[in-house]
Design a protein around this ligand. Structure first.
Ligand code: SF4
Length: 349
């Protein structure tokens, strides 16, 4: 809250202003997708390369918890954790770039520090790691995935300094704006932690991408859309929406085996995504609309293997309804502004 008070109202207004950097509707799009944003920002096709800095997570190493989030099996979403010790940061990026270049003529890449909590290390380690990444030819930006409770001021100050030299995005996992859900999935942080982290980033002009999940245990469609509404009042620049899947060797796998969890069906997920898009600001870049993992790790749902089918279904629904991102945004933002005022006076959002 203190960070928020330090920010001038002009920064807040600018961050929440629903004016997209690209007039994507004029280009016939129904949402502001990532490749469009990349083309606009970097002048051509740009690809994200997953980098494994070997970071751990306070929610799994005993600092907050030893059990991790109930759905988390880090190896299930990161190839590097399935095999041997990863190569150095620069080597990982160079290898990935070489592989891409064999198939596509792309020469702009974002180094995405993905598995684990990528700000969970002493500052000198972070400085060395991120500085190494930006020296690799072809790297035009950094994306750093982390938790809202792992962004102390000295780390944010360093990221802000780095963002003066290279495009940088802080990707913060929220998953749900409902504290009851966050407790149920053992996230180890609250929605307020997320809000404070976002405002601390805004105070330093840092770009934020929020990660959320649909289909979390115990959540109704209204709750999932409530998470979208809660984002409308925050200065975020991008969103990733993931469908929750059940991965092997997780607490969720046990809950699923006991018949106590039902994943969303593909059509339910597509409906939710379309409604969510309608309620998001048209200025927010949609970085992802599906989650996927390897066959080796996936237990359910089966449709999770069909990423392009899910994206097609979402597009079909958008077309059928003749709707688009932000269609209902002002209404959502108004509701949230009121809810936010209530929360300032002691009622929870
Ligand atoms: S915070 Fe991220 S890395 Fe840590 S346990 Fe949860 S999902 Fe896994």
């Amino acid at each position: 809250m203190r960070e928020r008070q330090q920010i001038g109202m002009s920064v807040i207004r600018q961050s929440l202003r629903p004016v997209p950097e690209v007039d994507w509707r004029a280009l016939g799009k129904r949402y502001f997708n990532l490749s469009l944003y990349y083309r606009h920002t970097f002048g051509g096709e740009t690809w994200k390369i997953s980098v494994d800095g070997g970071f751990h997570c306070p929610n799994a190493d005993g600092t907050i918890s030893r059990f991790g989030c109930t759905f988390c099996n880090i190896a299930s979403f990161s190839p590097s954790r399935r095999y041997d010790q990863p190569a150095s940061v620069a080597e990982q990026i160079r290898r990935a770039i070489d592989n891409f270049k064999k198939r596509r003529s792309i020469d702009r890449f974002i180094a995405y520090f993905q598995p684990g909590t990528n700000t969970y290390a002493p500052l000198p380690v972070l400085k060395a790691m991120f500085s190494e990444a930006v020296t690799v030819p072809g790297v035009v930006g950094l994306a750093i995935g982390t938790r809202p409770d792992c962004l102390p001021p000295e780390v944010l100050d360093f990221l802000a300094e780095l963002s003066q030299k290279i495009w940088l995005s802080v990707e913060i996992g929220l998953q749900s704006a409902h504290d009851a859900t966050l407790r149920r999935i053992n996230r180890g942080h609250t929605f307020e932690d997320f809000r404070q982290a976002v405002w601390a980033c805004a105070a330093r002009n840092l770009r934020v991408c929020a990660h959320i999940m649909f289909g979390l245990p115990g959540e109704t469609p209204e709750m999932m859309l409530g998470t979208i509404a809660a984002l409308a009042d925050l200065p975020i620049h991008a969103v990733k929406i993931h469908n929750l899947y059940v991965a092997r060797d997780t607490a969720l796998a046990k809950i699923y085996a006991a018949g106590m969890y039902r994943p969303l069906e593909q059509h339910e997920y597509a409906e939710l995504v379309v409604t969510a898009l309608e309620r998001l600001s048209p200025a927010i870049v949609i970085e992802r609309l599906t989650a996927e993992t390897s066959d080796e790790y996936l237990i359910a749902p089966d449709w999770c293997r069909d990423k392009s089918g899910t994206l097609r279904r979402i597009q079909q629904l958008l077309d059928e309804r003749d709707t688009y991102q932000g269609k209902l945004w002002e209404q959502t933002a108004g509701n949230v502004a009121a809810a936010s005022r209530d929360s300032e006076t002691g009622r929870s959002v």
